[in-house]
Design a protein around this ligand. Sequence first.
Ligand SMILES: Cc1ncc(COP(=O)(O)O)c(C=O)c1O
Length: 369
Amino acid sequence: MEKKVITVTSPLLPSLEEFMPYLQDIWGRKWLTNNGHYHQELEKALCEYLKVPYISLFTNGTLPLMCALQALRITGEVITTPYSFVATTHSLWWNGIKPVFVDIDPETCNLDPDKIEAAITPKTTAIMPVHVYGKPCDTERIQEIADKYGLKVIYDAAHAFGVEVNGKSILEAGDMSTLSFHATKVYNTVEGGALVCHDEQTKKRIDYLKNFGFAGETTVIAPGINGKMDEVRSAYGLLNLKQVDEAIEARRQVAIKYREALRDVKGIRVVEDMPGVRHNYSYFPIFIDAEAYGMTRDELYFKMKENGVLGRRYFYPLISEFSTYRGLESARPENLPVATKIADCVICLPMYYNLTKEDIERVINCIQK
Ligand SMILES: Cc1ncc(COP(=O)(O)O)c(C=O)c1O
């Protein structure tokens, strides 16, 4: 009998039974989008869950990045990481901003604060770090540098839903943070996202920007875009929020099993929890030292695939290697030795709340053998 394929991710879904009454209510209200009842309810519920005062829902996690840059009127050059999903850098490109790539820290895979200052020029206006795999960036060091040079900080927190440091939301850091609620994320609204800011005035501006710039029936105050989340996905989001803690706990149990089994495998490095951090276990990356392990990352990746275990080379290739960015001075591999190495040795293992014991064992066996 053919073995079942273990996918790299699986969406957290609300029960259809629970979803139907919400749909019936939406059908009854006949108000499908434009800051409807469920949109408002989900913004309120997310503020509470994420412990932040202001949040604006979006239709995906890319538009909040683009709108954050507009809201803060960022221009010129922005320092960012090549070790992320392309949307991070694309948001700069779509705003006519030049990305300046800075290398990453080998432990956290986040922007290395020690390397930021050397990349600052008179044109630099902001820093756009990413909390990669939900691991918190060194927000204190980054803020110190930003304050010293008068720069804004926008965190791409697409992976960092629910992450806390010493009981405080990671989303409090910087000027703004963005979230993605894509189907593959810890918390999803099918497609969706949000922009977190720290004051009412800014929230108002963001809400104008995501609605074509409309500030009234006949007033347009900025070249806004359509970034609104609809009622159906907002209701779905309310239901998923009820079960996200349970899902995070289930993911934590998967991470514990992976770590126990793989920590001592020669040539494999696993990530450990950081003290004082509430992690969300959004991804489980392993890093392969080909010489010590006896197999390259790609050899292992394809071996897993042959055995019906789908990993993901995330992030590979680096953003700086895509044709749009390759020509930039800061994109040269010799400028990014750590990121280049990490991108060549990483595999993210299957990670979701309903991975079975047998699935986990199959993944582990594939790597231990
Ligand atoms: C780090 C990062 N930033 C931005 C995004 C874009 O989010 P979305 O797919 O919701 O537009 C993603 C999505 O995978 C991501 O991983």
